[in-house]
Design a binder for this molecule. Structure first.
Ligand code: SF4
Length: 783
C-alpha cells in the first residue's frame, strides 16, 4: 500500500476517535481501502471492524487475549451480547470468505442454487483439484480428467459464473496453495469445505475446514456457528537448520498431542523461534494441524509473512497489516489452555507412520524400528508435493538434494513423483530449473492437483494386498488413503527427506550420518539442502486458469443435464403443514455407533456427491438394525418384508408415509458431511430421535428441516420397538427449551407417552417451519 493511503487510514482512525467526526473526502476513503485480493478489487479488508469488535470483547472480558481469540471474536456477529467461554459456548460468526474444492462444492452450490438467492453474500471461490487422477504425467492426466469430469466442471464453472463465485479451473492447483498465494491474509476468517483449509494460518488467518452446509450458510449470509475454541499454545524457541524443516515441527507436535489432542482447540504458535520459519513453512505446519484434530492452527503476523505477501503481489496488504499489527499478534500475558514448548535447534528430522500421522520416529531411528516391526524397509515410491509441502522452497530443497545425487551419477532407486501445488509454482520451478533437476533424478511431474494424496493414483507397480512402503511429503497416511491398498505402509516426512530416501531406496538411510555410493564407486554424503524461500525473480504465473464471474450475470445458464447421473438440481423441501407429525413409521432403530459414514458412506459413493437422489441409495446402509443385528436390512412395516434401508425409505415415501430414525448415543459423529442430513429429508424422514447427537450433525439436520430430538429420559430408548408407530405432538407450540411429547403406539393397540428434548432456538424453529434454513432465507429475501 502506498504510504499516502496508509496515512489516510491513520487519519480516519484518529478522526473517528475524536468527539467530532470529520468528513474525509470520498476519493481519499476509496484510495485508503485495500482489496482482499487482486481478483476482487471491490471487496475490501475490514480491519476497522476487527479492531472495533476486539476492543468491545477486551473490555467485556478484561484480560489479555490470544491471537486466535482476537481474530475469532473480531468476527462475532454480536460482540456485545455473545456469550464467550472457551470450550463451552457457541459463537455466531461472520466469516470474510468461503473456499470450496470441486468434490464438496457440487452439493454446496446445488444447495445454494435451491435457496433462490441471486448471488453469494461473501467472496467465494471453487477450486478444481480433487478429481484429477495421476496416471501418466501432468499433461495427459489433466486432459483425461477434463474429459471424464466434464459435466462436473461445466456445472461448477457455470454455477460460479451465475452466482458470483470465482472459478479455478482444473490444472490451476490445489485449493490451499491457491488460497495462500491469492486470498489468505493476516486476520482473515475464512471457511473452506476441506479439512486442510488451516493452511492459511501460515499467513496469520483463522482458516477452518467445514462441511458444505456451513459454506452454504455463509454464502447465504447466515451467521456461522462455532463452539468457542480452546487455545493450545506452542512456544517455539531456537531456530531451524540443516535437514530439519517446518514439517518436522508438526510431525513432532503430532507425536506429542496425538490424532485427537487438538480437538476443539486452535493451535497457536508463538515465541522467538517463529521468525526462523518461512511463510510457506508456517503454512505446512498449520496445514497438518488437521491431523491432530485441531479446529485450526495459526502464526502471528511477522516479517516472513510480509515478505511472502510482497512477493505474491500484495505489498499493500502487508502495509495495512503493519498498521493493525497490534491486533494480529497475541497480547502479552495471554493464557493458553495448554502449553507445549519446542526448541527448534534441537529438532531432528522426523518421519511418521505407517497408517497414522502421529506415530513419530526420527529419521535416524525409523529403519531400525521398521525392521523390528516387520515393515518393508525398501521404498517403492517417494512422492513430494500436496497442499502440505509444495511451495517454491519445498521444491528448491528437494532439488538441492537431487542435484547432489546427479553430480555423483545417481538417480532415484525408488519411483519418484512431484506434484506442484499450483500453476504458479509449476511455471516458476520450470523456469528456475528445479523441475528439470527433479525429472533428471527420475521424477515424474504430475498435474497441479491432489492426485495420489486423495487416492487419485492409478498405481501400477504393486498389486492390491501386496505389502510395500511409500514415503510422501503429504499430510495423511491412513490405511489405503493413497492407493486403496491396505498393505501399503505410508510414511509422511519433509520433501527433502522423501527425495533423499527415494535416492537411497531404503528407510535405513539417514542423510545426516550415512553415505551413498556414487557411480564412480566413491562414497559421498549429501549436504543439508539450502534453497531460497522465494524466487529471486517474480513468480511466473503460468497459464491463466482463473474464471472471474461476469459483470452481467443475468443471462447466465447453469449446466445440469436432467439425465445426468452425477448432478441433480435440488428442489426446495416442503414447508411444515402446521400439523403434528402423526403415526410415523420407524425406518430403523439403530444399535450402537452411528457416524456420518454409517449414515452416508464415502468410497464409491463420492462420485454421486452432486446427485442427491443417487447418493441417497447409501442412506444408513452402514447402521446396525437393533431388530436383527444386521446392516442394511430393515423390516418394511407395510409388507413385513426385510430389505435395504434406502429401498424401504423410498417405499414409504412413495406411499406418502412419514418416517423417523431412532438412534443411540452421539448419533452423527465423524465428518460434517451434509449428505447425512439431506438424504433422510429427501427420502421422507421427518425426525431423528436419539439418546444424544454429535453437535454438527444435529445442526445440519435442523438446517434441512428435520427434527433432531433426544429422549428426556435416555432409558426411554428401550420403550420404542422397531414395529411401533410414533407421533410427535405439540408442534403448534414449538418453542426454545420446551420439550415435545412423543406418543408411542405399540402393535397390540397399547400406547405410552414419553418426553423429547430439543436444542432449537427461535431462528431454527423458523427453519423447521419454512422447510429448511435456505427456504427461510428465501422467504426473508422476498419480504
Ligand atoms: S493435496 Fe491432499 S490433503 Fe491437500 S487438499 Fe488435496 S487431498 Fe486434501
Amino acid at each position: 500500500m502506498a504510504p499516502y493511503c496508509v496515512l489516510v487510514t491513520r487519519l480516519q482512525q484518529v478522526l473517528s476517535k475524536g468527539v467530532r467526526r470529520y468528513h474525509v473526502a470520498p476519493v481519499l476513503c476509496q484510495r485508503a481501502k485495500v482489496a482482499m485480493s487482486h481478483f476482487e478489487p471491490n471487496e475490501y479488508i475490514n480491519y476497522e471492524m476487527l479492531e472495533k469488535n476486539i476492543n468491545i470483547v477486551h473490555k467485556r472480558l478484561d484480560r489479555p487475549l490470544t491471537l486466535s481469540e482476537k481474530i475469532v471474536y473480531g468476527h462475532l456477529d454480536d460482540p456485545v451480547k455473545q456469550d464467550i467461554e472457551r470450550g463451552k459456548t457457541y459463537l455466531r460468526l461472520r466469516p470474510d470468505r468461503v473456499a470450496m474444492q470441486d468434490a464438496t462444492a457440487q452439493m454446496a452450490m446445488l444447495q445454494f442454487i435451491s435457496s433462490g438467492l441471486p448471488r453469494v453474500a461473501v467472496p467465494s471461490t471453487i477450486h478444481c483439484d480433487h478429481l484429477i487422477e495421476a496416471q501418466l504425467g501432468a499433461e495427459k492426466d489433466l486432459r483425461r480428467a477434463k474429459d471424464i469430469n466434464q459435466e462436473v466442471y461445466n456445472f461448477l464453472a457455470t454455477a460460479g459464473a451465475k452466482y458470483g463465485v470465482g472459478f479455478w479451473k482444473p490444472g490451476s492447483g490445489i485449493i490451499h496453495q491457491i488460497i495462500l498465494e491469492n486470498y489468505a491474509y493476516p486476520g482473515v476468517l475464512l471457511i473452506g469445505t476441506d479439512s486442510h483449509t488451516p493452511n492459511g494460518g501460515g499467513l496469520g488467518g483463522i482458516c477452518i475446514g467445514v462441511g458444505g452446509a456451513d459454506a452454504v450458510d455463509v454464502m447465504a449470509g447466515i451467521p456461522w456457528e462455532l463452539k468457542c475454541p480452546k487455545v493450545i499454545g506452542i512456544k517455539l524457541t531456537g531456530e531451524l537448520s540443516g535437514w530439519s524443516s517446518p514439517k518436522d515441527v508438526i510431525l513432532k507436535v503430532a507425536g506429542i498431542l496425538t490424532v485427537k489432542g487438538g480437538t476443539g482447540a486452535i493451535i497457536e504458535y508463538h515465541g522467538p523461534g517463529v521468525d526462523s520459519i518461512s511463510c510457506t513453512g508456517m503454512a505446512t505446519i498449520c496445514n497438518m494441524g488437521a491431523e491432530i484434530g485441531a479446529t485450526t492452527s495459526l502464526f502471528p503476523y511477522n516479517h516472513r509473512m510480509k515478505k511472502y505477501l510482497s512477493k505474491t503481489g500484495r505489498a499493500e496488504i502487508a502495509a495495512l497489516a503493519d498498521e493493525f499489527q497490534a491486533h494480529l499478534v497475541p497480547d502479552a500475558g495471554c493464557e493458553y489452555d495448554q502449553l507445549v514448548e519446542i526448541n527448534l535447534s534441537e529438532l531432528k528430522p522426523h518421519i511418521n507412520g505407517p497408517f497414522t500421522p502421529d506415530l513419530a520416529h526420527s529419521v535416524a531411528d525409523v529403519g531400525t524400528v521398521a525392521e523390528k516391526e516387520g515393515w518393508p524397509v525398501d521404498i517403492r515410491v517417494g512422492l513430494i508435493g500436496s497442499c502440505t509441502n509444495s511451495s517454491y522452497e519445498d521444491m528448491g530443497r528437494a532439488a538441492a538434494v537431487a542435484k547432489q545425487a546427479l553430480a555423483h551419477g545417481l538417480k532415484c532407486k525408488s519411483q519418484f513423483t512431484v506434484t506442484p501445488g499450483s500453476e504458479q509454482i509449476r511455471a516458476t520451478i520450470e523456469r528456475d530449473g528445479y523441475a528439470g533437476i527433479l525429472r533428471d533424478v527420475g521424477g515424474v511431474v504430475l498435474a497441479n492437483a491432489c492426485g495420489p494424496c486423495i487416492g487419485q493414483w492409478d498405481r501400477k507397480d504393486t498389486k492390491k494386498g501386496e505389502k510395500n512402503t511409500i514415503v510422501t511429503s503429504y499430510n495423511r497416511n491412513f490405511t489405503g488413503r493413497n492407493d486403496a491398498n491396505p498393505e501399503t505402509h505410508a510414511f509422511v516426512t519433509s520433501p527433502e527427506i522423501v527425495t533423499a530416501l527415494a535416492i537411497a531406496g531404503t528407510l535405513k538411510f539417514n542423510p545426516e550420518t550415512d553415505s551413498l555410493t556414487g557411480a564412480d564407486g566413491k562414497k559421498f554424503k549429501l549436504e543439508a539442502p539450502d534453497a531460497d524461500e522465494l524466487p529471486t525473480l517474480e513468480f511466473d504465473p503460468g497459464q491463466d486458469t482463473y474464471q472471474h464471474p461476469p459483470k452481467d450475470r443475468s443471462g447466465q445458464h447453469v449446466d445440469v443435464s436432467p439425465t445426468s447421473q452425477r448432478l441433480q438440481l435440488l428442489e426446495p423441501f416442503d414447508k411444515w403443514d402446521g400439523k403434528d407429525l402423526e403415526d410415523m413409521l420407524i425406518l430403523i432403530k439403530v444399535k450402537g455407533k452411528c457416524t456420518t459414514d454409517h449414515i452416508s458412506a464415502a468410497g464409491p459413493w463420492l462420485k454421486f456427491r452432486g446427485h442427491l437422489d443417487n447418493i441417497s441409495n447409501n442412506l444408513l446402509i452402514g447402521a446396525i438394525n437393533i431388530e436383527n443385528g444386521k446392516a442394511n436390512s430393515v423390516r418394511n412395516a407395510l409388507n413385513q418384508e426385510f430389505g435395504p434401508v434406502p429401498d424401504t425409505a423410498r417405499y414409504y415415501k412413495k406411499n406418502g408415509i412419514k418416517w423417523v430414525v431412532v438412534g443411540d448415543e452421539n448419533y452423527g459423529e465423524g465428518s460434517s458431511r451434509e449428505h447425512a442430513a439431506l438424504e433422510p429429508r429427501h427420502l421422507g424422514g421427518r425426525a431423528i430421535i436419539t439418546k444424544s447427537f454429535a453437535r454438527i450433525h444435529e445442526t445440519n439436520l435442523k438446517k434441512q428441516g428435520l427434527l433432531p430430538l433426544t429422549f428426556a429420559d435416555p432409558a426411554d430408548y428401550n420403550k420404542i420397538h422397531p414395529v411401533d408407530k410414533l407421533s410427535i405432538v405439540g408442534l403448534a407450540d414449538f418453542a426454545p427449551g420446551k420439550p415435545l411429547k412423543c406418543i408411542i403406539k405399540h402393535p397390540n393397540g397399547s400406547q405410552e407417552t414419553i418426553m423429547l428434548n430439543h436444542t432449537f432456538n427461535e431462528t431454527q424453529i423458523e427453519w423447521f417451519q419454512a422447510g429448511s434454513a435456505l427456504n427461510r432465507m428465501k422467504e426473508m429475501q422476498q419480504h
